[in-house]
Design a protein around this ligand. Structure first.
Ligand SMILES: [Zn+2]
Length: 186
């Protein structure tokens, strides 16, 4: 976790329906990878949902430890390139200040523009949404956010074949989907 994340005062709200599982119509209960219980063990976890033409293409929740392990499997070079890309295009602090100036936490307000491109997300386009949660709550901090297909294409171009292979094996095993169009945002 970066210094920036440690210094944030996270604000919490019960997980809005937008981040519930589309499949079960309930909040996610288990980590996709290790099946640990997300709702009862003070667990930090992440939720990602990918949309295309208004439909959910894939969705999952993953505990912090499993996300770290997956990230560790990626090449250092790819991780640095992703980090640099984000640092170059996103000012998380500014974004957060902006969003926090609205006293009401409106989830759609946090998701209406691409985190990277800062353009309105077309609900019929390909895009992905991402949230950080603890037990029953969603944390408002650097997430939640949405990333457009355009930005995902940019990120894919940065990744080595090795990294794309690792992510491809992972999504194939756990989500049954092909890469790279459906990049998971780790
Ligand atoms: Zn896990």
């Amino acid at each position: 976790m970066s210094d920036y994340e440690e210094n944030l005062n996270f604000m919490y709200e019960p997980i809005p329906k937008r981040f519930w599982s589309f499949e079960s119509d309930e909040p996610f209960k288990k980590c996709l990878v290790c099946s640990s219980d997300l709702l009862t063990e003070s667990q930090n976890y992440f939720i990602e949902k990918a949309y295309n033409k208004g439909e959910v293409i894939f969705e999952y929740a993953m505990c912090f430890e499993c996300r770290e392990s997956l990230s560790d499997e990626l090449s250092l070079k790819s991780r640095q390139l992703i980090e640099n890309y984000f640092a170059e295009h996103i000012d998380f602090e500014e974004r957060r200040r902006d969003l926090m100036s609205n006293p009401k936490f409106d989830i759609e307000h946090w998701l209406d523009k691409c985190l990277v491109k800062r353009k309105k997300i077309d609900p019929n386009s390909e895009y992905q949404i991402f949230a950080q949660c603890v037990e029953n709550d969603l944390a408002y901090a650097y997430a939640p956010y949405a990333v457009s297909g355009e930005a995902i294409d940019d990120i894919i171009k940065l990744l080595s074949d090795e990294t794309l292979g690792t992510l491809g094996d992972f999504t194939d095993k756990y989500l049954g989907i092909d890469m790279p169009q459906n990049l998971i945002l780790i």
